[in-house]
Design a protein around this ligand. Structure first.
Ligand code: ADP
Ligand code: 5GP
Length: 216
């Protein structure tokens, strides 16, 4: 089975980063694509682990060099996925979890058409606001910007293959995990299916001939 990228998008605060981190703890066959951003690091975030934190000039140079599979301006800052980062995880034989916004997801499927797109919904607006406030990482002005962006993001849900409501975290993580397991069994993803079926048909015919021969 060839691993594929799993794109998680959601309004900021719905919990996609939390789901991604939890899924990585549970499954050894899942890796995370570390994005680049021009926003400043939050207190607990580490460069190279949560994001590659880049100066605007560095980010632009990488855009010009074609290093990004996708990039977008989100809440006034640049965010992007390095092709090399996705390839690194795929080459390790792992599914790649991507935490990217709706604009990025649109571009990303062009670069990696085998991707599965999952939209994470908050159980309610009340919960979304409470989570964003509880995270305590944005100023009130930034909070308003993120909620405003959520308006547009929610309208893009039709482009996604699956929807997961992040109410109880454990259940949401389990559902993303099930999506991966169901997708890997899709006919188009089964390795060398035509050859497998041809072999079965030959063996089947052989058995039919033998049984007929014995019955004569
Ligand atoms: P996102 O990556 O979508 O912006 P985060 O993963 O940072 O969101 O989650 C936002 C906040 O909500 C964090 O403080 C996180 O701990 C919390 N959170 C995430 N999932 C849940 C959940 N199912 N129930 C309660 N709180 C949650
Ligand atoms: P945050 O600043 O809260 O970490 O992320 C803000 C938004 O940027 C989220 O919607 C997140 O999904 C998005 N984001 C994070 N990394 C990327 C990326 O590499 N590309 C794009 N397009 N969006 C990203």
């Amino acid at each position: 089975m060839t691993p594929f990228p799993v794109v998680l998008s959601a309004p900021s605060g719905a919990g996609k980063t939390t789901i991604a981190r939890e899924l990585m703890q549970r499954r050894g066959d899942v890796g995370y694509s570390v994005s680049c951003t021009t926003r400043t690091a939050r207190a607990h975030e580490r460069n190279g682990h949560d994001y590659h934190f880049l100066a605007d000039s560095d980010f632009q140079a990488r855009v010009a060099a074609g290093e990004f599979a996708e990039w977008a301006l989100v809440h006034g800052k640049r965010y992007g996925t390095l092709r090399s980062e996705v390839q690194r995880v795929l080459d390790a034989g792992k599914f790649v979890l991507m935490d990217i916004d709706v604009q990025g997801a649109r571009q990303f499927v062009t670069a990696f058409p085998a991707s599965v797109l999952v939209f994470v919904l908050p159980p309610s607006v009340e919960a979304l606001v409470a989570r964003l406030k509880g995270r305590n990482t944005e100023s009130p002005a930034d909070l308003a910007v993120r909620l405003n962006t959520a308006h547009a993001e929610l309208q893009d849900v039709g482009r996604y293959n699956y929807v997961v409501v992040n109410d109880a975290l454990d259940q949401a993580v389990e559902n993303v995990s099930r999506i991966i397991d169901a997708e890997r069994l899709k006919r188009d993803r089964v390795h060398a299916l035509d050859a497998q079926i041809s072999r079965l048909l030959v063996e089947l015919q052989d058995q039919i001939d033998r049984i007929r021969g014995a019955a004569r």
